[in-house]
Design a protein around this ligand. Structure first.
Ligand SMILES: [Zn+2]
Length: 96
C-alpha cells in the first residue's frame, strides 16, 4: 500500500471520528476509541487492508451502522456478540 493510500485512510478515519463526536457512545470516554458496527457485520473486514477498511467504515457510516466505542466497551460488546451462535453467519457474506 502506498503512503498516499495510508494518509487517505487516516484522513477518512479522522473524519469519521469527528462526525461521530469523538466520544465513546457507551461511557463517554474520549481516548482509545475504536470503530464499531452497531449491527455486527462479522470479522471479515478485520482482514482488509487499511484503506479497504476505511472504505468499509465509511460505508457503514453512510447506512447509520457505525459508532465509536472505547477499547473496554468494545471488548465488552464483542464478548456479548460472540455468544453460542457467534457472528459466523455474517462472516460468510461476500465482501462489499
Ligand atoms: Zn466506553
Amino acid at each position: 500500500m502506498s503512503k498516499r493510500q495510508k494518509l487517505w485512510a487516516a484522513k477518512v478515519r479522522e473524519t469519521l471520528r469527528i462526525r461521530l463526536g469523538w466520544i465513546c457512545r457507551e461511557c463517554g470516554e474520549t481516548s482509545g476509541l475504536e470503530f464499531d458496527c452497531i449491527t455486527p457485520t462479522g470479522h471479515a473486514h478485520h482482514r482488509l487492508s487499511t484503506d479497504q477498511r476505511a472504505t468499509f467504515y465509511r460505508r457503514q457510516m453512510a447506512v447509520g451502522n457505525l459508532q465509536l466505542l472505547c477499547a473496554d466497551c468494545h471488548a465488552a460488546k464483542s464478548a456479548h456478540e460472540q455468544g453460542p451462535l457467534g457472528a459466523t453467519a455474517s462472516d460468510r457474506l461476500p465482501p462489499p
